[in-house]
Design a protein around this ligand. Sequence first.
Ligand code: XMP
Length: 510
Amino acid sequence: KLLIIDFGSQVTKLIARRVRESGVYSEVHPFNKVDASFISEFAPKAIILSGGPSSVTGTGTPRADDAVWTYGVPVLGICYGQQTMCAQLGGAVESSEEQEFGRAFVDTSGDSPLFEGLSDREEVWMSHGDRVSKLPEGFEVIGVSPNAPFAAIADEARAYYGVQFHPEVVHTPSGAAMLRNFTHKIAGFQGDWTMASFKGEMIQAIKDQVGDGQVICGLSGGVDSSVAAVLIHEAIGDQLTCVYVDTGMMRKGESDQVTALFRDHYDINLIHVDAGDQFLTLLKGVKDPEKKRKIIGGTFIDIFEAEAKKIGGAKFLAQGTLYPDVIESVSFDGGPSVTIKSHHNVGGLPERMDLELVEPLRELFKDEVRALGRELGLHSDFVERHPFPGPGLAIRCPGEITKSRLDILREADAVYLDQIKKHGLYNDIWQAFAVLLPVQTVGVMGDQRTYDFVLALRAVTSTDGMTADYYPYSHEFLGETATRIINEVRGVNRVVYDVTSKPPGTIEWE
Ligand code: XMP
């Protein structure tokens, strides 16, 4: 396995992800935890030093433990990692006046194995203030850019490499290939690590953490909580109890699917709380989107807490938190400290109930969670699911929510999703849903005048939900879908398509 020593860069986890993608198992550990005994116990076959916000020229800034240099395995230093490598091995680093941020081109035409199979000039992403000014003995330059005479350096004899740019980010198009060269060509990894082995390791880690304690898990039916629940169930079986709170704001058939899959198929302890009426009563007369969110979030937590207390004795709360949900900051005064910002429905619960968190997906990105779900045998209907917001259909029903408007929306949404699936478009789309507007318009059906609601359709492509583009359906698809919805759903007589990107729009309408 490969050890990544973290100096606090915002993108350290991306190194782990790229390395995993090349079939090599890696773990990230903060620099001040890694000493000689840690390294000999971990027994890495190679080490990567991450970037970081500090300056090597400052006093008291982080360094890699000397054991890194005596252990005798290949080392790759990235950005700050390169600088500390040079400073520690007898070179020099200076704070330069010209900081370099953004795109640069590096001449990689030499014959270093790090750049094997790449073109002679590679686009890279630079982000640094300091730079190496003198190489340690044994090192030579293997890549230069106009502003960076030491863009890439190597001591091939010891297999020490350093790059001033960030190969782990997508803005370095061949970065994954460079990391792969490091792991496969230089460090001799086979690349035979898979999601299956990760699953095994996660199951062991969950057993170690939980022991014989009881775990509760809020199950929403979304990809993340579903994968977390099935994984944890594989690890500890009946020590896990899932709570599914039906807010009445779910899509058509959703609650049945969730109970059928988790209770009947997986035989997981599942408490299904049917709280639709309670939520509807509390939402009566409420039009403001943020108020809707607050009411739903708060009520959800109250119900979840009450159910958990009924079960009694739970020491752990499981959550499907993903890596992008986790914002980590590393501080260097008392060692790295991790602040978690988690925008989940059960936010605040662990403290309120004095529960310890079990978050097996913390290291993973969405597509990796999907791969893990497939590995666990979860049906593709669950694994490929579009994201669905905690407040559910409540924020897709602008204005006051009533049972009858929710029912119209549920039916229309089901027809729309059916159309998308029939046309094989579901997996090309990040999120697709219908919005029932609080506006009635005049129509004519048969010989009758109608005065019914307008339904807006939304479909976007995105990689992370932060930015999005509207999905370019064909006119035929849109026409056919509008016809089906108006024919099959009572209460809708007009359908429009939302062609706003994000920004300036958001994905949801509220
Ligand atoms: P927006 O509308 O902000 O949505 O572009 C970005 C992503 O977040 C989801 N979303 C929510 N998820 N609670 C959630 O759990 C919420 O209140 C909420 N609001 C938006 C949205 O569906 C999209 O995936």
